[in-house]
Structures are given as C-alpha cells and as structure tokens.
Design a protein around this ligand. Structure first.
Ligand code: HEC
Length: 460
C-alpha cells in the first residue's frame, strides 16, 4: 500500500471511526471457519472488484486470478474492512441505487478470515476470474466510436481546462440512445460535459471532421465559434442540445428504458466538450479519450431535464459558500419544484473540503422523500447515482441539500497548509472549477411526471 493512502486510511479511521466496520458475524457464516478461494472469495472479487480491477478498468492493478488476488491479500483485507474498496460513498441504509458496490459485513468477514488462514486455494480456482475480459464499455458494443483530439499533459502542470470538438459524418440521421465517455487517463480526467450540435443538411459548411481542442486559460475566454469552427459558411450558429454526455470520476455510461433520453443526430453533427478538466499530472502523458455512441430505431418519447442547485444553479447557497480557515461549516441550498417530476439520477458535487452531504425532498404534506446521504465525501468518486425506480417528487415539494465542509488540518485532502479562506470563485461568468476552490452543486436529472412512473425500473 502506498504511503499516502496509508496515511489517509489511518487518519480516516481515527477521525470518523469505521462506523460500519464493526463486523457482526452472520450466523450462517460462523460455520465457514475455513473459507476457500474458489467457493467463497472468488465470487466476491468477481462481482465487486473486477469491474475496475481488470485491463482498462481504471484501477492500478488487476484482480483477475487467484495468484493476483493472493499477492495483494493483506491489503485487500485492510481496504475492504475499512470500506475504502469497493468505492461507494452513498449510505445504503438511506437509499439504494443501481450498480451499488458494497460488500456485506459477512463478505468482509470472510475475506479477513481467508487471509488470516493463509489464502487457501480450493480445488477449481479461476473458474469465474478466467472469464473476465478487458473493459471496453459499460453499455455493450458501441455503434460509433469518436476519438477526441489527444491532449498532452505535462509533468508539474496545474489543473488544465479545454474545449473540444469531435464531429461525425454518417450515412443517415439516427436516434441516439446513449453516449459514453471513455477517458484515456481516468486518474487525470475530472470532468467532461458534452453538448450536441446538429448541422442542417445542405448548409454551406465544408464539414470538417478533424477533432479539435482549445485550451481555456485564466483571463482569456476563447472564442469557441472561431477556435472550434462552429459557424457554418452561411453564417448559421447551430443550436446546442445540452448535456448529451457527462463524466466525473467513477462515472460509467447509463442507458435508460427505450425512448427516454433518446435524441436525434443529423448526418453531420458535432459534440462539443465543455470545460474538459484534467487534474495535475505526476508525469508527462497523452490522454486519448473517446466517445461511444449507441443507436436505436425507437424514436425519442420523453426528454430528460436537468436541474442544477447551488453553484451556477437555480438556487442560492445559504450561508454563502465562504469557508473560513480552521472551521467546519454547513451550507444549505433549497428549491421548490414547480410541477410533478420523476427523478432519474442525482449527482452531488463538492471539491476537496467536502465532508458530508444529505439531500431530500419535503412534500407539501410534510412527508420526506430521501434522495441521498454521503456520510464521508470522497472527491475521487462522484457518481451520477441512478435510482432503482423513478422517484416521483410532487409539485410544491422543496428539495433540500445540506453539505458540510471541513477547512481544518484534520481534513487530509485540505489543499492548503495552513488552511486558508476558500470560496466559490467565478471566472468569465462561470465558476472556477479548480479543485482548490470550492463548489457545492446538486444536479438532478428528471422527466415530467406521468402516471405509473414510480413503477418503472431503471435497471438495465
Ligand atoms: C469503481 C472501481 C473500483 C472497484 C469496484 C474496486 N476498486 Fe480497488 N481501486 C480502484 C482504483 C481507481 C484504485 C486506485 C486509487 C485508490 O487507491 O484510490 C484502487 C485501489 C485499490 C487497492 C490499492 C490500495 C493501495 O493504495 O494500496 C486495493 C487493495 C483495491 N483497490 C482492492 C479492491 C477490492 C478488493 C475491490 C473489491 C472488493 C475493489 N478494489 C473494487 C478502483 C476500484
């Protein structure tokens, strides 16, 4: 285990304790005194670890054979007992989501016992693990792959921001069911938000499909129209369809039931990557990210709306997001829903001072709808949490989000030593997205409510 992580785990175990790791052995498992790899451990690793710990899966090493798991056994016992792995910051006793990665106390106990007993192999190891393939896509085989312009990240760089454009020329108009971003360097890409531009047929634009990028630097707001060649020769600035793809660390593509969130692309279209954000790099590398598009013949039925609370959003933060040094402070943002909606996903967003977050809706009749609780915020895992079924939030409900920020030296992620005053910082109209500034945002994707929505499963 690297030293940094060790310090982090240690500090966390002191600070917040390891709430859920007070392990209560399940009666059935008390019998399994001598767990063996093939029967007891391999299925746990296969289900909960190999989605990432495989080739191109984003984790730094593979857990795809008995030998590989055994060589990391002691660390595995530690990180699972601390619930550092698999990474799943949302509290499952508050709300369940699709793709929840969470070991039961019993599974953790089994792993610990197996390691203590010297990692017995069993008779037929690797039956499951030998079937693990390199990661290609979370959504199956893409119909169209669009490579983005490569970006050279240099050792010692600070955060860097880009606008990118990728274009396609396809034989016919198509309906797109999902777009998935596959980052080249998962440990460096922090954010990608993509907008669609459809070009009219017959516009005079000599359509240029080369990928483009332009760097955004402080104090200079690039002229996107010029630097990305967005305007057609007949002077038309095509309209954008917002947020056809979104990426944050740990996010994998989502596909909704047929007809939901589907959109149309013309024969010639571009996807603009807005505020593409990379964190500082420890070495010089080239990021070669790409977009996967999934087509469908089912036309769009219902469009997805996006509601953003907090920083840059529709609701203000109270008190304003200024966090004085050596303080822990709690801030709230609230929004009254003007019509019945069906919520699909929630995505809480804070930076390095974030410590915990809770969101819920208060219905006009006083009932509470639980949305999400993150007891220990981790900047590195910021999923778009997808509900198992759509969640109806009726007209007049107030969505409340409470977030706590820790600007003391107890916070191992505090970017400033000694702590400094930190706040949101706005540059050319938007918020600075640098990790050392703060943000408090809560993004909800939703549909206009239709009777029966609360029974529609969002499971793939
Ligand atoms: C969502 C992806 C994901 C899943 C699922 C996942 N890991 Fe990881 N794991 C990572 C990444 C990324 C890192 C490296 C960054 C870090 O340490 O936070 C990592 C690091 C680790 C480390 C190294 C810690 C260190 O620094 O020494 C261990 C051990 C580990 N994982 C074990 C597991 C086990 C065991 C499981 C399943 C029970 C699991 N992981 C599930 C992504 C994942």
């Amino acid at each position: 285990m690297n030293r940094g992580l060790f310090a982090y785990l240690f500090i966390f175990s002191l600070l917040w304790g390891c709430g859920e790791s007070t392990i209560s052995p399940d009666l059935n498992l008390v019998e399994i005194n001598n767990p063996v790899f093939d029967e007891h451990i391999e299925p746990i690793i296969y289900k909960n670890c190999t989605p990432c710990h495989r080739q191109n899966g984003g984790a730094p090493f593979e857990l795809t054979s008995y030998k590989k798991v055994k060589s990391k056994a002691r660390t595995i016992a530690k990180v699972t007992a601390l619930r550092y792995m698999p990474p799943w910051p949302a509290d499952p006793s508050y709300r369940h989501f699709i793709g929840e990665k969470r070991l039961t106390n019993q599974e953790i106990e089994l792993i610990g016992r197996w390691v203590k007993n010297g990692c017995p192999k069993g008779e037929r190891p690797n039956r499951l693990l030998s079937t693990v393939k390199p990661f290609v896509s979370a959504l199956g085989k893409p119909d169209l792959v669009l490579p983005l312009d490569s970006i050279h990240l240099i050792q010692g760089d600070e955060d860097r921001f880009f606008l990118t454009k990728v274009s396609a020329n396809i034989p016919n108009k198509r309906f797109v069911r999902a777009v998935e971003l596959i980052p080249g360097k998962r440990d460096l890409m922090h954010h990608f938000n993509g907008h669609l531009i459809n070009y009219r047929e017959g516009s005079k634009n000599p359509f240029d499909t080369r990928p483009r990028k332009v760097e955004i630097t402080v104090g200079r707001n690039p002229d996107e129209l010029k630097s990305l060649d967005l305007m057609t020769d007949d002077g038309i600035i095509p309209e954008r369809v917002h947020s056809v793809v979104n990426y944050l660390p740990g996010v994998t593509g989502v596909m909704y039931p047929e007809g939901i969130g589907t959109f149309e692309v013309n024969k010639q279209f571009s996807i603009i990557g807005n505020d593409v954000h990379y964190g500082p790099s420890a070495k010089s590398v080239i990021d070669q990210s790409k977009l996967h598009l999934f087509f469908t013949d089912t036309p769009p039925k219902r469009g997805i709306g996006e509601l953003m609370l907090g920083t840059n959003g529709v609701s203000k933060i109270e008190p304003p997001l200024i966090i004085e040094p050596n303080t822990v402070s709690t801030h709230v943002t609230r929004f009254q829903v003007p019509a019945d909606i069906s919520v699909l996903t929630v995505n809480p967003h804070m930076h390095l001072l974030g410590r915990s977050l809770k969101a819920y809706a208060l219905k006009p009749n006083g009932d509470t709808i639980r949305l999400i609780h993150i007891p220990k915020w981790d900047f590195r895992w910021q999923y778009f949490y997808t509900f198992e079924k759509m969640v109806k939030v009726p007209k007049g409900s107030v969505i409340l989000v409470e977030a706590t920020f820790d600007n003391t030296t107890n916070n191992p992620f505090n970017p400033h030593d000694p702590p400094q005053r930190v706040s949101e910082r706005f540059e050319y109209g938007g918020s600075s997205m640098k990790a050392e500034d703060e943000m408090f945002q809560f993004i909800i994707t939703y549909l206009g409510y239709q009777a029966g929505d609360e029974n529609i499963s969002l499971k793939p």
